[in-house]
Design a protein around this ligand. Structure first.
Ligand SMILES: [Mg+2]
Length: 251
């Protein structure tokens, strides 16, 4: 179907209460209660020109109708597309607290232990390494952080209700093993995909999210209690100005 797409045009369909087609020339049509769209539509009806004085010929050979856009969107065979949303949650001290420690080693000797919140802001001194052995075991005394867990559940519900492949919800953890987290969630009736990075390097979280952006996710939510992780992800996102994002530091 010809929807008036000219060579070089990229059309974007935003599927929401406000339907809109946007071309690089800035021509915009809305088919909803969007105020600007309604003004434009009224002007078209009266004068055959839009608010900027463009005639139909100035803008496109053929203007898609609402039903044409809808049909194309449903068929998903068009240059139009909907946004793909990725929601990423850290686990420890973001979704839940557990009784686990990170041990600080120097020359192979344990010199102190940190809880995940302390670890999130810890600056290691030269020669120090970490031992994450507590994080490979069954979760000890897990307690959900209610308001964040509710956000996770809300995102999971949304993903379940939306079209396949348009929403992904992930737990992204520095832990080496995902199984203790997965089985904890199962025990409370939550089914969520867990990605264990096996690395506490903030760049690895940013890299994982960047890979998803390359796969087509153009809306990103990220929640973490580590300022280092938030900074790394924010930094990466500056390279993708078209990606809508919301990063949230849990305190
Ligand atoms: Mg954490």
């Amino acid at each position: 179907m010809d929807i008036g797409k000219r060579p070089g045009d990229t059309w974007q369909l935003i599927i929401s209460r406000n339907w809109a087609a946007v071309s690089p020339a800035g021509f915009r049509m809305s088919y909803s209660d969007d105020v600007e769209g309604k003004k434009n539509a009224d002007m078209w009806a009266k004068t055959g020109k839009d608010l900027e004085g463009n005639t139909e010929k100035d803008t496109a050979e053929h203007i898609p109708t609402y039903s044409e856009l809808l049909k194309l969107a449903v068929e998903n065979k068009s240059p139009l597309r909907e946004r793909k949303v990725l929601s990423v949650f850290d686990f420890d001290d973001t979704i839940a607290l557990t009784d686990s420690w990170i041990y600080v080693l120097k020359n192979g000797k344990e010199i102190k232990k940190l809880d995940p919140a302390q670890f999130a802001v810890y600056k290691p001194r030269p020669g120090e390494t970490f031992d994450f052995r507590d994080f490979d075991k069954k979760l000890r005394n897990p307690r959900l952080i209610k308001q964040n867990a509710e956000l996770l559940i809300k995102q999971l519900d949304k993903a379940r209700r939306s079209a396949r492949g348009t929403r992904k919800v992930t737990i992204l953890t520095a832990r080496r093993l995902g199984a203790p987290i997965t089985s904890f969630f199962r025990s409370i009736g939550i089914d969520v995909y867990v990605v264990p990075l096996g690395s506490a390097n903030p760049k690895d979280k940013a890299d994982w999210i960047e890979k998803q952006i390359r796969k087509g996710y153009d809306t990103v939510y990220f929640m973490d209690d580590s300022p280092k992780n938030i900074r790394a992800v924010d930094n990466m996102l500056t390279r993708y100005p078209r990606v809508k994002s919301l990063t949230k530091l849990i305190r």
